[in-house]
Each structure stands twice: as structure tokens, then as C-alpha cells.
Design a protein around this ligand. Structure first.
Ligand SMILES: Nc1ncnc2c1ncn2[C@@H]1O[C@H](COP(=O)(O)OP(=O)(O)OP(=O)(O)O)[C@@H](O)[C@H]1O
Ligand SMILES: [Mg+2]
Length: 388
């Protein structure tokens, strides 16, 4: 990105609705041809962000750039973007074929080309048999597909997809998702793909922008978000099952770093890393992914320490069970996070156990963890201090 204006992006955009900032100084840039996922929970501002790009929402301040062109003051029709809305609005008196084609006809494309494009796209999305029907005679999922199709068939420079798979059932979602990705990639179009589903977002994204309360928390590749979350919010939002959080204290003994959890000590087997030096003697939160929390009976890792825990939940997923356990660690308070939880329940960790395992909720177990697999967060600010 040599050209400082290139790409499609928001620069320092703030949007105020009813006196409240629904986008807070958002700067977010997609390179040409990039598939950027905008991820966040309900109300975080995802739709607003897309509507700003489309020109459907005015910005309070900031700049909107599409394909290197400042469009902040341009109306939607002059921005060369195609948007799929959360609830697709189809024209009730037109059949699916015409619903797909009207955008192209409005651009005065020759009739034969419109028909050809609609036919090709219908085949790709497997909705050819729906072409003669009217929207009233479609299921919610089918209407969603036609809404997606209407945007894809236009082959714009920029796609804005707002929860495009929301109306589809779980079984259909992966197929349509792959089809959408295939189409936008083959067109080389820049795509903003909004979802609240982190697994879906990680699966399709070149990069993910995590949004929280109108602000960008982190932008990175799916792997960066998973392996190097910037704070407790990002750590908790990304990953299945959710990351386990364990209150601990960082100590230094004989120049060696360790974490104390209740009456147990987890040695890091090295000197205190520089980013942690200010935190010696202070409370931190250890973030442990399920793959780093082990069943000690399954094998012996000399670096791990066994923690006593009580099984809260066992979820069958086929190859392995996801087991949620409560470790009886002294709860601490971390502002803006769920770390403290219910004092009687302890800290929650998750682990994978083989499905033949006989453990049940309520059972006393031990789980093996090691300091060197833990993400370390500041217990007060929630900021990440260290990644394994
Ligand atoms: N017209 C409006 N007037 C006032 N507030 C609004 C308006 N539209 C949206 N908001 C507020 O802006 C915030 C962000 O809304 P937005 O629709 O962008 O969220 P979202 O991330 O798309 O959520 P969802 O996942 O539920 O679709 C919400 O708190 C919402 O209530
Ligand atoms: Mg929305």
C-alpha cells in the first residue's frame, strides 16, 4: 500500500446517534481485494460501520475512502459498492430472476448479459430452481440467498456484507459461506464481511477487525487474534471453546519467574521477561486455551502442575468432550472482565477429554497446566502483557 489513499477505509470516523457515540474514532483499512471481517457482539457498531461505507449513515467526523477515492460527501449511488443487509429486502412483485437482475438493468446492461449473469450466479448459489418464484414463496433462508445473490451479481468494486448468512440454517451456512468467499475472491473485490460469529469470521477472513462498543479493539489475521489477543476482551471473544482465565500472582524467586495460583506454584523456568517486570508481586490473569489444559492421567509433562478442580460441564462433540472445570483459586477482581466471577465457583478452565472418559459434572478432578503456555494479562486493565 504505497499510495497513502489506496484501499477502502474509514479514517478517524465518529458517528453519534441520540447523543451517544456508536462509532468512536474508527480507523480501519482494507487493502484492495482483501476480505476483511468485522467481528463484534450485538450493538458494537458493525452495521453502522458498513452503512457509513455505503453512504447510508452520515459521519459526525472523519473520512470515508473507497478504492482510494474520498467519498465522504458522495451519495450511496455514486460509491460503487453493493451491500447485503441483515434482512434482505426483495421486491415482492418480481420473481427471483428479476429480483437478482434489477440492479444490473438499472445500470443499463444489455438484456442478454443480465440473463447470463443471473443464470450463472443462480447456478453457483444453487438457487436455479427458485428463479421463477416470488419472494413470498421462499423460505427465510432462500430469501437470504437471493439477497446475497443480488449483491454478488453486480460485481462491484466493494462488497459490504452484513451478517449475510444470518437467515440460513446451520447446515447450509458453511456451503454458502464458501460460495460467497469463492465469488468475491474470483472477482478480486474488496469485501467487508460483518459477523458476530467468531468461528465464521476466523474461517473466511484475510484479517479480522474486532469491534467493541463502537471502537476497534484489534485488527489482525485470524491467527494473530487467536495467538496474540491484545486484552481480556479479545481473548474471551475469539476461540472455541472460550479461553480459560485463572487469577494468579506473579512472583520472582532466585531470579526465576513463577505464578502462584492458590497454594500452587507454576514456574516459568526463566527469568522474569521484560514486559512482566513491572508486575512482579502483582495480580495477573493467566489465559489458558483448552488445548493447554490437560488431563494429567493421560500423560506426564514434567513442566506442568496439577490443579484440583471440580467438573462443571461435559459437552460431547464427537472426537472429544469439552470439559469445563472450576479451579478453586482465590477470585480477584478484574475491571471489565468476568475473572472474579462467583466467589464460590472459582476460576473456569476448559479442557478436552477423550469421549470414553467417565467423568461427570460434580466430579473432583485434577487438570495439568504449565506457565509457559499461558497468556498473561494485567488484572486491573485487562491488557495483555505476555503471550506464550
Ligand atoms: N437510528 C439510530 N438511533 C439511535 N441509535 C442507533 C440507531 N441505529 C443504531 N443505533 C445504536 O447504535 C449502536 C450500534 O448499532 P449497530 O446496528 O451498528 O450494531 P451491530 O453491531 O450491527 O449490532 P447487531 O449485531 O445486533 O446487528 C447500537 O447501540 C444501536 O442501538
Ligand atoms: Mg448489525
Amino acid at each position: 500500500m504505497g499510495d497513502p489513499m489506496s484501499g477502502t477505509w474509514l479514517k478517524n470516523v465518529t458517528v453519534i446517534r441520540d447523543g451517544r457515540q456508536v462509532l468512536r474514532d474508527v480507523t480501519l483499512r482494507a487493502a484492495d481485494g482483501e476480505l476483511l471481517v468485522v467481528l463484534g457482539s450485538s450493538g458494537s457498531g458493525k452495521s453502522t460501520l458498513l452503512r457509513v461505507l455505503a453512504g447510508l449513515n452520515q459521519v459526525g467526523s472523519g473520512t470515508v475512502i473507497i478504492n482510494g477515492r474520498d467519498v465522504t460527501k458522495l451519495p450511496p449511488g455514486e460509491r460503487r459498492v453493493a451491500m447485503v443487509f441483515e434482512t434482505s429486502a426483495l421486491i415482492p412483485f418480481l420473481d427471483v430472476s428479476r429480483n437478482l437482475g434489477w440492479g444490473l438493468r438499472a445500470q443499463r446492461l444489455p438484456d442478454t448479459e443480465v440473463k447470463e449473469r443471473v443464470k450463472d450466479l443462480a447456478r453457483q448459489l444453487r438457487l436455479s430452481r427458485l428463479l421463477p418464484r416470488r419472494p413470498d414463496d421462499l423460505s427465510t433462508g432462500e430469501r437470504g440467498l437471493v439477497g446475497i445473490g443480488h449483491a454478488l451479481v453486480q460485481r462491484p468494486d466493494v462488497f459490504l456484507l452484513d451478517e449475510p448468512l444470518a437467515g440460513l440454517d446451520a447446515a447450509e451456512r458453511p456451503r454458502v459461506r464458501q460460495e460467497i468467499v469463492h465469488i468475491v475472491r474470483s472477482l478480486g473485490a474488496t469485501t467487508f464481511f460483518v459477523t458476530h460469529d467468531q468461528a465464521e469470521g476466523l474461517a473466511v477472513a484475510d484479517r479480522v477487525a474486532l469491534l467493541h462498543d463502537g471502537a476497534v479493539v484489534q485488527v489482525g489475521t485470524p491467527r494473530e487474534l487467536y495467538e496474540r489477543p491484545v486484552d481480556l476482551f479479545a481473548a474471551g471473544f475469539v476461540g472455541t471453546p472460550p479461553i480459560g482465565l485463572l487469577p494468579a500472582r506473579l512472583v520472582s524467586a532466585g531470579g526465576q519467574a513463577a505464578f502462584t495460583v492458590g497454594n500452587r506454584t507454576l514456574p516459568l523456568w526463566r527469568a522474569v521477561p521484560p514486559p512482566l517486570r513491572d508486575h512482579v508481586g502483582r495480580e495477573v490473569v493467566l489465559g489458558l486455551r483448552a488445548e493447554d489444559v490437560h488431563d494429567p492421567t493421560a500423560g506426564n509433562d514434567p513442566d506442568s502442575v496439577a490443579l484440583a478442580a471440580v467438573v462443571r460441564e461435559v459437552e460431547y462433540t464427537g472426537r472429544r468432550n469439552v470439559v469445563t472445570v472450576a479451579v478453586g483459586a482465590p477470585p480477584i477482581t478484574a475491571r471489565g472482565s468476568e475473572v472474579s466471577g462467583d466467589k464460590s465457583r472459582g476460576a473456569t478452565l476448559r479442557s478436552f477429554f477423550p469421549p470414553r472418559s467417565v467423568i461427570r459434572p460434580g466430579a473432583a478432578v485434577t487438570v495439568a497446566v504449565k506457565a509457559s503456555s499461558a497468556h498473561v494479562f494485567d488484572a486491573v486493565t485487562g491488557r495483555a502483557l505476555w503471550h506464550p
